[in-house]
Design a protein around this ligand. Structure first.
Ligand code: PRX
Length: 657
């Protein structure tokens, strides 16, 4: 094996087939069926996407050009077509399904409200008229800083209706993060709330927004404030207006603004677990097409489904699989405002039970949290309506996958482990659940019309099983990022420069197995080099998580004079009782032997530290980059604006080793 390439060392052999009942009822019921779709896409790539765009979207003016390759890597899709995203998500369902419930919203307090498609239409139209009356028009940027409630979706859809470009800022972000995003977008208007609830506490959104606005943000002309918690807030006359007052006077019809297919629908800032936030700019038509096709292929969405994606609209998952995709598909969605374990660890399962959720989509970090709390909690709820489960955000460790399958899916529901990114807009590599068997820890195969490869440093495909490389996308795809807002150069440098514009560089390492299944090994930046072996973090972490006492693990490399890098593991335990020193030492020995047995001595951690929490982004990704800095005793100069809790910073370095 070429030592420059990444080695895969964990060999997961378990395989799970969908039941014949599931397959029989699925949109894509068999391997053969899926294979046919792939062959059409392979034979006539543009023709395939043109057909999808014509079938799945309602156009105001049809397109004649499918893919504009005139200025790579700035690709355009369906460039001479016009449409409106909000029309596609709402209006076109009114005739047949106007009285169908679009949104079931549960506040953290337990209050439940619903909106039918017709009610959603009226609210979106009214709010679109409010925006217009405040001088917002096509192309203007609007910042949305709201809790996870129906109005967040209404605000996004209303922007889409009038061609305004929204940028949603997650409600947990600080004043500084909000200010940075307002200034980078040069937004005209901010939509916020007095507050929202999370974990039994009020998140003071308006007060935080006031601090952001006091620091700068000269472009903001108006602030629309939604009353959510009723706590007292400061209203600045002439700038701040109440949502309910403005909406009360607004007309409930608003003709959609037809926009070009390439018109930016939104900008969403991402830093993931590395680097400084970048404004990812998405299109209207291509993006929407991606969301709707994946709703069908991956989520196998049907009229009667109740779909719950637990992501906040502050993340791409909450854009594609809460605010846009499911509505474009005419589905009923559940949204929930609060913390997953409030008031107790049964909250998610109670929501699934009460609202008869049939498709449930969450992140590995949440699954590991529930595993830690014990299976007795979900076992006490009726989860019989669930038929499909999904995972997104990080590689799912096989043990967490198996737990999800047994305890939540009751061994009945396929699991779709979906690999994608803010930049890809929608799922790229994911199971088509009625058609292909799944393997715990693998996101399986690329979707139709999506061309993915694993390549070495020179861009040559890595073909031998268990040899890793860079995950790249070799052809443009409709829902791809169009640019970094206001920074074309960084767009090229980050995603395209490495392979000279030929491939989109995802920044993840992966390998293929004998069946051509993809296994994500971790972020490129996190790859370790141990005695000449390049190892991904995912596999060592997965081996540790498979130990009965381990809840979560993060692996980083620490410079080592002999091996190049030594393996350092940060671990949280399932048992919250602290271990005395002797027990800790015994467990450290046991875990080192455990990893040696599971995957081999090369992966054995040199050092293990037990910590109470791992530093994570607010979307739940482990920030290995930060752990690396901490372990090297570096002063933290990097951007930590997306860190979930600064308390993890305080506790990590003093942890017991
Ligand atoms: O490293 C991959 C990981 O999350 C990154 C994208 O993060 P973000 O832009 O925040 O989008 C999250 C929602 C898609 C990827 O580059 N990632 C996401 N899903 C998976 C994953 N890694 C492995 N398996 C997944 N299913």
């Amino acid at each position: 094996m070429n030592k420059e390439n990444i080695e895969s060392i964990l060999h997961e052999k378990r395989i799970f087939f969908p039941s014949s009942e599931f397959s029989a009822a699925a949109h894509i019921p068999s391997k053969d069926n899926l294979h046919k779709i792939h062959s059409i896409a392979n034979r006539d790539f543009e023709g395939f996407w043109a057909t999808q765009a014509k079938t799945e979207l309602t156009w105001h003016q049809d397109f004649t050009t499918v893919l504009d390759r005139s200025n790579p890597p700035f690709y355009g899709w369906f460039i001479d077509g016009t449409l409106n995203v909000s029309f596609n998500c709402i209006d076109r369902h009114l005739e047949a399904h106007g009285e169908k419930i679009a949104i079931i919203s549960e506040r953290e307090s337990g209050e439940i409200t619903t909106l039918t498609y017709r009610q959603l239409y009226q609210r979106v139209c009214r709010f679109a008229n409010v925006l217009k009356s405040q001088g917002v028009s096509i192309g203007d940027r609007v910042i949305i800083y709201l809790p996870m409630i129906s109005e967040a979706i209404i605000a996004m859809q209303a922007c889409a209706r009038i061609g305004a470009i929204h940028s949603v800022v997650f409600g947990g972000f600080s004043a500084q993060s909000l200010k940075d995003r307002i200034e980078n977008t040069r937004a005209k208007l901010l939509i916020t709330a007095d507050g929202g609830y999370r974990g039994g506490k009020i998140v003071p959104l308006k007060a935080t927004a006031d601090i952001a606005l006091a620091k700068g943000c000269p472009t903001i002309e108006q602030v629309i404030v939604l009353k959510c918690t009723n706590q007292s807030i400061t209203i600045e006359q002439g700038r701040d207006i109440w949502w309910h007052e403005a909406e009360a006077n607004a007309h409930d019809k608003c003709t959609p603004t037809w926009v070009n297919a390439e018109h930016p629908l939104f900008i969403l800032y991402t830093s993931g677990s590395t680097g400084k936030p970048k404004g990812i700019q998405h299109s209207s038509a291509g993006y929407l097409l991606g969301t709707i096709t994946t709703m069908k292929w991956v989520f196998d969405i049907r009229q009667e489904d109740i779909f719950w994606c637990t992501a906040d609209v502050g993340w791409i998952t909450g854009h594609s699989y809460v605010a846009y995709g499911p509505l474009a598909a005419g589905a009923t969605i559940v949204i929930y405002e609060g913390a997953p374990s409030f008031p107790d660890g049964g909250r998610f399962w109670k929501i699934c039970q009460d609202h008869k959720v049939s498709i449930f989509y969450t992140a590995p970090t949440a699954i590991r949290l529930f595993m830690k709390m014990g299976k007795e909690i979900p076992e006490s709820y009726d989860l019989s309506r669930l038929r499909l489960l999904g995972s997104v955000g990080e590689p799912i460790n096989p043990e967490a996958w198996i737990w999800y399958h047994q305890v939540i899916g009751r061994e009945r529901c396929p699991i779709v482990d979906t690999w994608w990114q803010t930049e890809t807009g929608v799922h790229m590599i994911a199971p088509v659940p009625g058609a292909i068997p799944t393997k715990p820890g693998s996101c399986t195969l690329p979707l139709p019309g999506i061309c993915v490869a694993i390549v070495d440093e020179e861009g040559n495909p890595v073909t031998s099983p268990h040899e890793g490389g860079h995950l790249v996308i070799t052809q443009p795809w409709p829902s791809m990022v169009r640019t970094i807002w206001g920074d074309k150069q960084s767009y090229y440098d980050i995603y395209w420069r490495k392979f000279e514009g030929k491939y989109y560089l995802a920044g993840d390492s992966a390998h293929l197995d004998e069946d051509g299944y993809f296994w994500i090994l971790g972020r490129d930046d996190d790859i370790l080099n141990v005695a000449g072996h390049r190892l991904g973090t995912m596999e060592i972490e997965s081996a540790l998580v498979a130990h009965p006492q381990v809840a979560e693990a993060a692996i980083i490399g620490r410079p080592d004079g002999i091996k190049g890098e030594a393996i350092l593991a940060y671990i949280t335990l399932k048992d919250i009782e602290p271990l005395d020193e002797e027990k800790q030492n015994l467990l450290i020995q046991e875990l080192r032997i455990w990893v040696s047995h599971q995957i081999g001595p090369i992966a054995r951690p040199d050092e293990i530290k037990f910590v109470d929490n791992l530093p994570k982004t607010r979307s739940g990704k482990i920030m290995r980059r930060l752990l690396r800095s901490i372990s090297r005793g570096e002063i933290i100069t990097q951007d930590i604006s997306t860190l979930e809790s600064e308390s993890t910073l305080a506790q990590t370095p003093q942890s017991k080793s």
